[in-house]
Every structure is written in C-alpha cells, then in structure tokens.
Design a protein around this ligand. Structure first.
Ligand SMILES: Nc1ncnc2c1ncn2[C@@H]1O[C@H](COP(=O)(O)OP(=O)(O)OP(=O)(O)O)[C@@H](O)[C@H]1O
Ligand SMILES: [Mg+2]
Length: 419
C-alpha cells in the first residue's frame, strides 16, 4: 500500500514523500500549487519543478536531518516502532521541528501538528540541569516524550525555545530556538572550548552563530542561538536551511572530504547555482576555510556549513560547531583541516601556492584571501584570550588558557610564516 508523508515548509504543505513498501526509500513531489507560487526549494537537489524527485536525490536530504549518532537514532526508532535506517518512519515521529523550515507529518497528524503550534511549556533551571546530566550519563534518547524535534550531528544535544526571556520545551510542532550541547564526553571541557572558539571567531570578523556558556544548577552547556529561527514575541518563525552535504547530495557518512565528501569545488558549484549574492558566498566560504585553519579546528566538514534559503534570496548561513583542537595533545586529534585548501589538508603544507589555488576555486583575488588569512591569524590568539577573560568562575578556564594559548600562538605564527 502506498504510504505518504506530508512535507511542510514554514507551516504550509508544499509536497509529500511517497513509498510503496516500508523497506522502500521514498520519492518526493511538490504540490502543483507550490510549483506555481512557491519561492523556496527544499534542497539544491530538489529543484522546484512538477516532477517526481527520485529516491537517490531525496535520501541525502532526509538523512541529513536526522541524528547521526546511532544510539540517539535507535532510541527514536524504538519509540516510534520503526527501523533506525527508516528515514521516512523516523521523520514521521521526530520530523516536526527540523533544521530549517521543513516539517514532516502523516496526513492524520496534520490537524494536531497545526493545532499544537505554540505549545511551549516552561522548563526550570533544575530540569535543564537534569537533562544535561542525563545526556552526560549516557542516556541514549535526545528528545523527551511529546517533543518531536530532530537535529543532525554526532554529539549529544537537546533543543529548547527561549520565549519572553524564559526557557521552554517545544511540544508538538512548536519550534525550538536554541541548541544545548554538554560537549563531547571523551574530551575535557569540549563545550567550553567550542564556545570560546566561536566567540573568538566572531571577534575576528567571522559571521558565526551566537553562543553562551551557561550554568544550570551545577551543570554547564554551550547554548547556541538558532539562526534558522526568528522570534517575534511568542511566535517563532522558521527560516529554511540545508547543509552543504545535503546541497551536494551526499549522505551524512560522506561529510568529510577525505571520505568521499564534497570538496571546495563542489561547494562553489552549489554557491554559484544557489546563492543570490555570489561575491558574498565566495567570502563566506573563504572565511570557513580560513577560520578552521587559523583556529586549528579539525571538524570543518560539509555538514558544519549551511545555506539559508529565504524568499528574498539564498546565502551561506552563519558558521557553527567550530572548536579548536589545539587544547588537546596531538595524539588525541588529527591536526589536519577537514576541507582541503588548495588540495592540502595538512597545515604544514598550506602555503602561499595553496592559497592561490584556493583563491582560483573561490573566484577571489589571491591577495585578498591571503590578506584576510593573515589578519585572522594575527588576531585570533588575542581574541581567544579575550573570549576566555569574559568568562568568570567557569570550571576549566585556567587549564584551557594554559593548554591552548601557547599552542594557538605558535600555530598562528606558523600559518603566517607560510603565507
Ligand atoms: N546555530 C544554529 N542555527 C541553526 N542550525 C544549527 C545551528 N547550529 C547547528 N545547527 C544545525 O544542527 C546540526 C547539529 O549541530 P552541530 O553541528 O553543532 O552538532 P554536532 O553534533 O556537534 O555536529 P558534529 O557531528 O559535526 O560534531 C547542524 O548540522 C546544523 O544543521
Ligand atoms: Mg556539526
């Protein structure tokens, strides 16, 4: 029997997924109405046309919305009685609030999904602390009963809404506005490092999501403001986005360039076709390359950069999920960048020649790119130190300063030397 899942964008039904049996991967079609009046495509791989988009094009987009963490996916799968590799079944359960403006629901749930908009329930500081503790303790589930949000990525996380200055859980189809991450368990102070790196990046001029490092009772987490949400009083508007793995049609397991993921050339191809202001996109991709190198951040893969899709145009979204690896000893982390610069991932081989090559791919003047790299490399260690100083009474600050700062300074000196 044919099974359908409705697809909504910014609250309106714009199409549906369809499959014949439970083991089939679904196809996707826009409604005839959305093809004629719609202005935002779901994905670069799913252009706004009146055709049935085949499963091969649909799958990377769907999987890109789901947690990559197997435990978290298995827990949601168990809750909804579906297989953990069944994206259709999973999204019917947890696809009511996703990255971007997309939502999924079964036809019979549409009325509930629409009615429940605005069902935000207050959550206390102690309850938030409990949730952080549960995640750290290895509880597999990321969502609680009644919550239907889904976010990609490997790390433990949960999402809440900040309405009128108070934290709320988002039930039914209500939107979340912030992402909470306690940090990677195996790495000391990881969430703190992510926050400090992101604030330092912002202060050297990178457009990056706003974060705080916040205490809830005795628990700490990085709290990241979602750039795909606009809060107006109690109403939360969704803006659409997709990451570059989705836009390049790659499954999440192919997010890293060295494991078959998109290269800068592929990302530029997407930028040329999809963005409204190409020069702006060139500079944003350049900043992604530069800041990952300068910060010594090893995880700048294609799911850590996104495209925002709005009726008035598409652009590269603010960056997110940026954390230096330099606080850790080299045996625990790979010092290479995830996305090669002029064909090189090893920082010691990224020299003027590689920047010149990258500049050609980006379509930017080499001098401009080199000048920007030089500016950021020079400013970054001080920015990191300033961002540490802004935090008071945070556990781990002194240790982080001691471990990361000398290495960041040394790293910057070498980046500059090679230019
Ligand atoms: N500030 C933000 N605004 C909107 N969406 C975001 C934001 N930060 C992250 N996201 C979305 O949530 C997803 C997961 O976030 P994030 O990359 O921080 O998680 P992660 O689990 O640490 O990822 P990774 O597997 O790369 O370590 C992202 O891929 C992106 O789609
Ligand atoms: Mg990520």
């Amino acid at each position: 029997m044919t099974e359908r899942l409705l697809v909504l964008l910014a609250g309106e039904v714009i199409g549906h997924l369809e499959r014949r049996t439970e083991s089939d991967d679904p196809t996707f079609s826009y409604t005839a109405r959305y093809v004629s009046v719609g202005d935002v495509a779901l994905s670069a791989k799913l252009p706004l046309r009146g055709e049935v988009h085949p499963t091969g094009k649909v799958k990377p987009f769907l999987f890109g919305l789901l947690p990559e963490n197997a435990q978290a996916r298995a827990a949601s799968a168990a809750r909804y009685g579906v297989h953990m590799d069944d994206a259709f079944g999973l999204l019917a359960g947890i696809g009511w609030d996703c990255a971007g403006a997309v939502q999924f629901c079964r036809e019979e749930d549409l009325a509930e999904l629409r009615n429940r908009t605005g069902d935000h329930r207050p959550i206390s500081e102690t309850q938030i602390a409990d949730r952080i503790r549960e995640l750290i303790g290895g509880e597999p589930s990321w969502t609680m009963p009644g919550e239907h949000w889904s976010l990609g990525g490997q790390q433990e996380k949960f999402a809440l809404a900040r309405i009128n200055g108070e934290w709320h859980t988002a039930h039914g189809s209500s939107a979340t506005t912030h992402i909470f991450k306690p940090g990677i368990k195996e790495l000391h102070h990881q969430a703190l490092i992510e926050h400090v790196t992101m604030r330092a990046a912002a202060s050297v001029g990178v457009d990056i999501a706003h974060s705080t490092f916040t205490r809830f009772d005795d628990q700490w987490a990085i709290v990241v403001e979602r750039f795909d949400r606009v809060v107006q009083g109690e109403y939360v508007q969704r803006l659409h986005q997709e990451d570059f793995a989705q836009a390049c049609g790659r499954m999440p397991e192919y997010k890293y360039e060295d494991r078959g993921g998109p290269q800068l050339t592929d990302m530029m191809r997407v930028a040329k076709r999809e963005t409204t202001d190409l020069d702006d996109a060139r500079r944003a991709l350049a900043d992604f390359l530069i800041v990952n190198l300068v910060a010594g951040a090893p995880d700048g893969h294609s799911k850590n950069i996104s495209l925002l899709r709005a009726p008035d145009g598409n652009r590269v979204a603010p960056l997110y999920d940026l954390a230096t690896g330099l606080a850790y000893d080299a045996e625990n982390v790979d010092r290479s960048v995830a996305l090669s610069i002029g064909g090189q991932r090893n920082p010691s081989r990224i020299r003027r020649h590689q920047w010149e090559k990258a500049a050609r791919t980006l379509g930017l003047e080499a001098d401009l790119l080199i000048e920007r790299t030089s500016m950021m490399a020079e400013a970054f260690p001080d920015a990191f130190e300033d961002s540490l100083s802004e935090l008071q009474e945070v556990p781990g600050i002194d240790e982080l300063r001691e471990r990361a700062l000398p290495r960041l300074k040394e790293h910057s000196r070498k980046v500059l030397e090679r230019l």
